[in-house]
Design a protein around this ligand. Structure first.
Ligand code: GDP
Ligand code: MG
Length: 195
């Protein structure tokens, strides 16, 4: 059973004119390509194939809007691997994301999905800086925690938590074992003001 039985895709946008009306509350999900963002969204919403998962990095260049419940949305932001993208595309991406963060009154929080094996990348630091500029709270999912031994995963969590300090909260997460599912959903609902 889905936690959000009426959840559905609304639309994609590659420019602010295509954003859905700026009402209610929404939480944005971001992550470097292949970090596990689509898989995390599927687990949190508890629906297979809700946000499409892809083994091909960098395919999704659009901002995707989903409704969870009336007036509560999640927004799947495009991510990429830095090396794979042209400067022109990267500039378009940065403009689009900056525009989104700066203009969205309904934006309540950012979920940043990070591959636990890579720790924070330049992509993640850029997303944290977009959020900080507008005073947006951030929650970091250290995804694919099943890929590390328990002790290594615990060290990664401590390391990233130390680096983030007060900038963001952070937890381990696995779409495979569903570790951290409840904690992630609780944080999402806190950001959205649902209960
Ligand atoms: N072992 C493991 N693999 C994962 C996990 N989450 C995602 N993956 C795999 O990592 C790849 C990228 O996942 P995806 O969700 O499409 O990443 P996205 O590009 O960030 O949306 C896919 O092959 C997934 O099956 C996880 O928690 N554990
Ligand atoms: Mg994806």
């Amino acid at each position: 059973m889905s936690h959000y039985p009426r959840a559905s895709f609304i639309k994609s946008a590659n420019a602010p004119a295509g954003f859905v009306p700026d009402e209610g509350a929404e939480v944005a999900f971001a992550g470097r390509s292949n970090a596990g963002k689509s898989s995390a969204i599927n687990v949190i919403v508890n629906r297979r194939q809700f946000a499409r998962t892809s083994k091909t990095p960098g395919r999704t260049q659009l901002i995707n809007f989903f409704v969870l419940r009336e007036g509560a949305r999640i927004v799947d932001l495009p991510g990429y691997g830095f090396a794979r993208v042209s400067e022109k595309k990267r500039d378009h991406w940065a403009d689009l994301i900056a525009d989104y963060f700066e203009t969205r009154a309904s934006l309540r929080g950012l979920f940043l999905i990070v591959d636990i094996r890579r720790r924070l990348t330049d992509f993640d630091r850029q997303m944290l800086s977009f959020a900080e500029t507008v005073g947006l709270p951030v929650h970091v999912l250290l995804a694919k925690s099943d890929k590390l031994k328990r002790g290594q995963a615990a060290s990664a969590l401590l390391e990233v938590r130390r680096e983030l300090g007060d900038v963001a909260t952070v937890q381990q997460f696995s779409a495979l074992s569903r570790q951290g599912e409840g904690q992630a959903r609780a944080k999402l609902e806190e950001f959205l003001g649902l209960e």
